[in-house]
Design a protein around this ligand. Sequence first.
Ligand code: GTP
Ligand code: MG
Length: 317
Amino acid sequence: MAINWYPGHMHKANKDMTEALPQVDLIIELLDCRLPYSSQNPAIAELGKDKPCIKILSKSDLADPAITALWQNYFERTASVKTLLTTLDQPDKAQKLLNLIHKLAPARPKAGSKLLAMITGIPNVGKSTLINAVAGRKVAKTGDEPAITKGLQKIKLSDGVVGLDTPGILWPKIHNENSAYRLAASGAIRDTAMEVEDVAFYLSNFLLQHYPQLLQERYELDALPRNDIEFLELAGARRGCLRSGGHVDLEKISSILVSEFRGGKLGRITLETPDMIIAEERIVAREQEQKAAREALRKKKRRGSRDQQDQTGPTGR
Ligand SMILES: Nc1nc2c(ncn2[C@@H]2O[C@H](COP(=O)(O)OP(=O)(O)OP(=O)(O)O)[C@@H](O)[C@H]2O)c(=O)[nH]1
Ligand SMILES: [Mg+2]
């Protein structure tokens, strides 16, 4: 599934964030705990490579706790990276985060000046919600759809720390197709930029393999379906998503599945593990190599036919 959603405000935000970088002491990158790898923006990794970084695994209340522990170990292999889990209900997290900011930020700036922490992450991951929780008041606009925050905004988090809220940004080309599906399933991509049925097929396949019981319970299925289409048909019939003639309305049941996954109605689910990612990265690297080789061959052929034309002249005589 090709995702083509990189609106102008994201391009501008990327530029503004790069410009703000010299004043930034520390980067806080929010990752969706259900897809910690796929929600890492390569552009942010590049932006923050010389700064200390706190990775927040947000929406951890929706993710599978056993896999979350694997991801925390995975990220903390890098010495300058610390992770913190957040949920919607996080009264103790604000102080923990402020302590971590003070611990990781480089030598204090001149007396009296505040630390600047840039809060980054994909759309809809919970950046503004976290800022409001830490600031202890609702200063940043939040909402359950991507692209709520459109520009950079400085917000006082404590006496010593200012947070820089940023718009969620994606990147122009998502090479790993699995990541594109996972991002779409999580709600990071505007629904009009994808086919909900495609996302539902991906999600059904994954859930049948990794969380079959949750699927069976949620949709009250007598037996486990053999494949994605069988599941969607059975679940659609159960939920009364029928069109004239008794056919299942695939779009309707797809929207229900995706929305119930996003809302955590099926249970606590994580869409990727560190091991899965290692295998996928190998496949993507191979595909990229093959693509580059095909491109080089095409260029060589084009050059060859141009040289031949030059030798024989434009009329071929
Ligand atoms: N379950 C759960 N929901 C959360 C959590 N954090 C945020 N949300 C919800 O996620 C949605 C998006 O939150 P925002 O804070 O607006 O996300 P954002 O990253 O600022 O989004 P953009 O500004 O669009 O990039 C809201 O509906 C929040 O209530 C969390 O830890 N757990
Ligand atoms: Mg926001």
